[in-house]
Design a protein around this ligand. Structure first.
Ligand code: GLA
Length: 726
């Protein structure tokens, strides 16, 4: 035993010394990050960029690029702590038990371990004076060119130790110019892409909303290095934080023009009291560094999400009919039974019952009461949920249900029974968003309660297939009875409490489909999607707006996770146009079929059959964004299967200008040597394709170099075009 331990230790030591000069190389197929321990015993970033092949002596990274005269002469410390030489924002700030606010981290050891699908580099750092250790983790996925990084912080001090900030990562770049694209949001206006050049000083993107964290800013960014971000060219860093709560990205350009990017939990209002011996694990920061523009970066993230992160990433998805836009709170057992029948006749897989099915003392007939009381309203639904599941199943569709388990209306039995479970400030007026408050998920009793909502429904209805999990309010009155004198821990512990509930659900019901929703797209992060199979992008289902919202999310998210429903928003657009926009994502409907023209209903039925046939293409991560709605009154994108044998081209005209010159759309991602049959699909009954390319065969080379005339001058027109390799 002792001998094998010794062998293991030697192997680890050998790994630790494998690189010259204590250099650590973290690499994927295309990207390389090199860290180095310098003479002062501290760890520095010496290179981050395109992978350099065939280099055996990593000391060539001895900073040819970094020899400028830095005020901070020691270089780019990998994980700088508020210490003795801090000129710029640090990744970590710790106040020790004796009040000393500084730390100095020295390298101790590192190892590189082969994991399933990635290599994990673990680097241990320690303060030589205080019993404080920090471990940096880097998971490099070679085939996907994605790097995931996080850190772990631990101390062994007797008194109170506070973390003032605790970013997940710090990355440095030295380029002539930097251009940031951020994703500004609001309810019904999610993922609006805004770009600006970063100049000297700081730019921060953050959230302090707690539960509905991404309502105003989404946790994604893109930085063009040496030029603005472009779709198919140029070097771009794409980054995101996996944290279903307050996040912060800080972009700081220093006195020498170097860019520092810090990503992590927003430490604002979150001075964290770290108990002795506990490990503070930061959330994961994910990045990809593409030198072929955003398109390549998006494809990497989408492939990686499907393979490594998204819950049930390789499983199928169900088309559905939701009742929210159609009925709001106004339904009963009979009308829902009829809607299940409509779902069947439409041809979707599942009927999803939305808000308004629960509450007896305070029935949920509007959004003012009942939230928290997860008993079906007897008057509306005498047979409870079992009768509804039965009705759906008997008619040949699956059944799904809406819950908002983290929230409560003060007018509810739950709030009356457990006033201490509500986040609410003492001695202050209470501020409500949508007449509701947030439950205190830092409290294990509340975690049990929330888990119990799903567990009870599943025990009672084992055939329930789908949950829509909503969260409509931000944390508005941040005070937890449970956290007592640790109020700074609330926002962080809340999210960890939520994850522990979601983990329990996933362990017990691993096949359950769950949609993450937060008053539209108020939650949309990578960590959340380890538990959810999909997410709701926006309550705004106007197809024109959706083109922008979907364009934004598609930068990072796979189509399989992006729920898009056909509704009555924007009746100027035909049902075909609305459906054709939703068709490129995870398709659903939230519309009354009774009010639909027969020809439209027929179109939907046929389109659903096509959708089912084409899922392998629609859900392919290989997305090519061709014509941006931000640049033109059109939009075009395509998806291609991995073998390049099958592709779909989506072409939309929103509001073309008078006399506008329309040019052919050049396709991408095809095999230039192969020949493809081009066929417009999803036509209305009796409609003939007006595209000259319809029915013809072209080489991939032609399609990518000459292109096809698929955009036009008609307002709100759309074409879905299938390309099949001959
Ligand atoms: C939120 C969701 C909607 C719907 C309502 C129900 O706004 O985004 O889709 O579920 O709640 O109250």
């Amino acid at each position: 035993m002792k001998k094998s331990m010794a062998v293991l230790a030697t192997l680890l030591l050998m790994a630790a010394c494998a690189y010259a000069k204590n250099e650590i190389s973290i690499q994927t197929k295309q990207t390389q990050l090199v860290l180095q321990v310098k003479d002062d015993g501290r760890l520095y970033q010496t290179y981050l960029g395109e992978r350099i092949e065939g280099v055996s002596d990593l000391s060539v990274f001895d900073m040819p690029r970094l020899r400028r005269s830095h005020t901070l002469s020691r270089g780019f410390e990998t994980y700088p702590v508020l210490g003795t030489e801090d000129f710029f924002e640090q990744a970590l700030e710790i106040q020790h038990a004796d009040g000393n606010p500084t730390s100095v981290l020295k390298y101790v050891s590192h190892e590189q371990l082969a994991r399933e699908g990635y290599t994990e580099t673990i680097i241990r750092l320690r303060d030589e004076v205080y019993p404080l250790s920090v471990t940096l983790h880097y998971a490099a996925y070679p085939d996907y060119d994605v790097i995931r990084q996080w850190s772990e912080i631990q101390h062994d001090e007797k008194g109170k130790v506070y973390l003032g900030r605790y970013y997940s990562s710090m990355l440095y770049f030295e380029e002539d110019s930097y251009f940031l694209t951020e994703f500004a949001s609001n309810h019904s206006k999610e993922m609006q892409m805004l770009s600006q050049q970063l100049l000297f000083g700081k730019k921060i993107i953050d959230s302090r909303l707690g539960t509905r964290a991404a309502m105003f800013a989404q946790p994604f960014f893109e930085v063009g290095l040496g030029g603005p971000v472009r779709e198919e060219e140029g070097t771009v860093l794409m980054g995101t934080l996996g944290w279903t709560g307050n996040f912060r990205f800080t972009f700081e350009i220093d006195n020498n023009g170097a860019l520092r990017i810090l990503s992590g939990i927003n430490p604002d209002a979150s001075r964290y009291l770290l108990a002795r011996g506990n490990v503070f694990r930061t959330p994961d920061f994910y990045f990809t560094l593409s030198n072929r523009g955003l398109g390549e970066g998006s494809r990497r993230f989408q492939r990686w999400m499907l393979r490594h992160q998204l819950h049930m990433g390789s499983a199928d998805r169900m088309t559905l009919l939701n009742n929210w836009e159609n009925t709001h709170f106004d339904f009963n057992e009979q009308s829902l039974g009829a809607l299940c029948g409509e779902a069947k006749s439409l041809g979707v897989d599942l009927f999803l019952l939305d808000d308004g099915w629960f509450g007896n003392k305070y029935p949920r007939s509007n959004d003012k009461a009942g939230l928290g009381d997860w008993e079906p309203t007897r008057e509306k639904l005498p047979g409870g949920v079992p009768a509804l599941v039965r009705a759906a199943n008997e008619q040949g569709v699956e059944f799904g249900i809406w819950i908002e388990p983290e929230m409560v209306n003060p007018k509810s039995e739950l709030a009356e029974k457990h006033p201490d479970w509500l986040l609410r400030l003492p001695e202050r007026d209470t501020y409500y968003q949508r007449n509701q408050l947030v439950l205190d998920l830092t409290n294990p009793e509340v975690q049990d309660f929330v888990f119990g909502i799903v567990d009870h429904l599943m025990q009672e209805n084992p055939r329930l297939k789908f949950f829509k999990w909503d969260a409509n309010s931000p944390i508005t009155n941040a005070y937890s009875t449970f956290e007592k004198d640790r109020q700074g821990n609330l926002f962080v512990d809340y999210v960890n409490g939520l994850y522990s509930v979601l983990q329990r659900i996933q362990q017990k019901y691993p096949q359950l489909y769950m949609m993450m929703c937060s008053g539209g797209g108020g939650r949309s992060d990578f960590e959340g999607l380890r538990y959810f199979t999909e997410f709701w992008l926006s309550d705004n289902t106007d197809p024109v707006e959706r083109l922008f919202i979907q364009w934004g999310y598609s930068q990072f998210m796979p189509s399989k996770a992006m729920c898009a429903h056909v509704t009555n928003w924007n009746r100027q657009a035909s049902v075909k146009f609305r459906l054709d926009v939703a068709f490129s994502c995870k398709l659903g409907f939230d519309i009354s079929l009774k009010d639909m023209a027969a020809s439209d209903l027929k179109y939907c039925q046929q389109a659903i059959a096509e959708y089912n046939r084409l899922k392998p293409v629609i859900f392919s991560p290989d997305l090519y964004r061709l014509v941006s709605p931000y640049d033109t009154p059109h939009c075009a994108l395509m998806r291609v299967t991995e073998d390049r044998g099958h592709a779909l081209l989506f072409a939309y005209d929103t509001h073309p200008r008078y006399g506008e010159a329309i040019v052919p759309t050049r396709l991408r991602g095809l095999d230039p040597q192969s020949r493809y049959r081009v066929r417009e699909i999803c036509l209305m009954e009796g409609q003939k394709s007006n595209l000259a390319c319809h029915g013809k065969v072209y080489s991939g080379d032609y399609l990518m170099k000459a292109g096809l005339m698929v955009l036009g001058r008609g307002k709100l027109t759309s074409h879905i075009i299938e390309l099949t390799k001959e």
